[in-house]
Design a protein around this ligand. Structure first.
Ligand code: URA
Length: 426
């Protein structure tokens, strides 16, 4: 068996055997197969795809490239939730505590921001003192105490994905459904929870731009999860516009806490309740309607907020932010963008808002960039809102950028505004 034969087979659309896929993944992880040969194979996959059988084999080979966790020290049924990535997606901070409040264990490992999309670990690190690098014993202990913990993805899990993902991000081979599926599912299967809910984001701010592709990815991930013996459910949710109002790490923690305090509702709340209900139903906690009611009660009663607060405390973080969001770090500089005339918000390009936030310091432009946790954008509207001339559209925040012109232009251009005339503004 040679790597050149494997590349040629995929290039010609001939199905690989499990042994060939194992050979490729192991050889690349061990450093025996160079980046240029792996890049050629990844590009062949982008162009020709993989069969379901090949995708399952690739996912399992990637999972087995590192440790597979044994969660038996965690009490009760374990449920994991994963988002394929989006802008303003702070759902993990809400659904984790909400599901835990309803009696399931939520041990989560999350990633950092990637390109225009945010990462849960960066958001949590915006809470002063919160430690995301804990050993497995401490992680299990926290889950057993509160029902919920989030730590950073361990380097011992899926080294194959780590190497392949960095290579994909610089070789134009990210946007392939089987490669995304294998990348996400190998990490989920290595974490090894009993049930997995996959939040497949769809729209301008997501990797999957169309509903059709999002559904394809969701179905494929469900099949791979089930083939590995997991209860697995994909839920397609909207990412055509940012989720909620806040984009940026500290701002998103603030919005998540305010939602758990019962101070906000709307699309973010609905998405979180849908995801939590699916986590609970998959874990056998009742019908989807019963689970949704339980999730709403967990938030309405303040129990989910209490769990988030205690989890932050056990991670060494300043849990008083759950009582008073003003304790979160604030940016030195801010800039308000006002409506230039009476307008209706027709659409918002989520990816462009994410890029504007990145320019402000909320994300990394290179792997080694430091995050400005307080940087980001607070939107003042929802799509469909009518805004009068000179009313604020959004506020930009940063500690590192005092000249807002580039980010402000990018953020403003992300909006599609319909001019209103006469009495249209009511
Ligand atoms: N998230 C991942 O972990 N991998 C991908 O390929 C895309 C999104």
């Amino acid at each position: 068996m040679t790597v050149i034969d494997i590349i040629n087979k995929t290039k010609r659309g001939i199905q690989l055997t499990g042994e060939e896929i194992d050979f490729l993944v192991k050889g690349y992880t061990d450093g025996d197969i160079p980046d240029y040969q792996m890049s050629a194979w990844l590009m062949a996959v982008c162009i020709n795809g993989l069969t379901e059988e090949e995708t399952v084999a690739l996912t399992l080979a990637m999972r087995d490239s590192g440790d597979v966790l044994d969660l038996s020290a965690i009490n009760g049924i374990t449920v994991d939730k994963h988002s394929t990535g989006g802008v303003g997606d702070k759902t993990s901070l809400i659904v984790g505590p909400a599901a835990a409040a309803c009696g399931v264990a939520v041990p989560k490992m999350s990633g950092r921001g990637l390109g225009h999309t945010g990462g849960t670990i960066d958001k949590l690190e915006s809470v002063s003192g919160y430690r995301t690098e804990l050993d497995f014993a401490k992680f299990s202990e926290i889950v057993n105490k509160t029902g919920f913990s989030i730590i950073a993805q361990s380097g011992c899990l899926c080294p194959a994905d780590k190497k392949m993902y960095s290579l994909r991000s610089v070789t134009g081979t990210v946007d392939s459904i089987p490669l995304i599926c294998a990348s996400i599912m190998s990490k989920k299967l290595a974490l090894n929870a009993d049930c997995i809910v996959l939040d497949v984001k769809c729209g301008s701010g997501a990797f999957m731009k169309t509903r059709d592709d999002a559904e394809k990815l969701g179905r494929l991930m469900e099949k791979v999860g089930r083939a590995a013996g997991k209860k697995c459910r994909a839920v397609v949710t909207d990412m055509d516009k940012p989720l909620g109002y806040a984009v940026g790490n500290e701002l998103e923690v603030r919005e998540a806490v305010e939602l758990l305090q019962g101070r906000t509702r709307g699309e973010l709340y609905d998405t979180c309740m849908e995801l939590t209900a699916n986590m609970l139903e998959l874990a056998g906690k009742g019908s989807i309607e019963e689970c949704r009611r339980a999730a709403e009660k967990a938030v309405g009663s303040g129990k989910a907020l209490g769990i988030l607060k205690e989890t932050i405390r056990l991670h060494g973080g300043d849990s008083s932010v759950c009582d008073d969001v003003e304790r979160l770090p604030k940016a030195k500089y801010s800039h308000v963008i006002y409506a230039p005339r009476d307008v209706e918000i027709a659409a918002v390009n989520a990816e462009e808002i994410g890029m504007a936030a990145l320019l402000l310091g909320a994300g990394r432009q290179t792997r080694d960039d430091e995050i400005d946790y307080a940087a980001g954008i607070m939107l003042e509207f929802k799509v469909g809102d009518k805004i009068s001339m000179d009313a604020p559209l959004m506020t930009l925040y940063s500690n590192v950028v005092s000249d807002f012109s580039e980010a402000a232009l990018r953020a403003y251009n992300a909006l599609s505004l319909r001019t209103l005339t006469g009495s249209a503004l009511t």
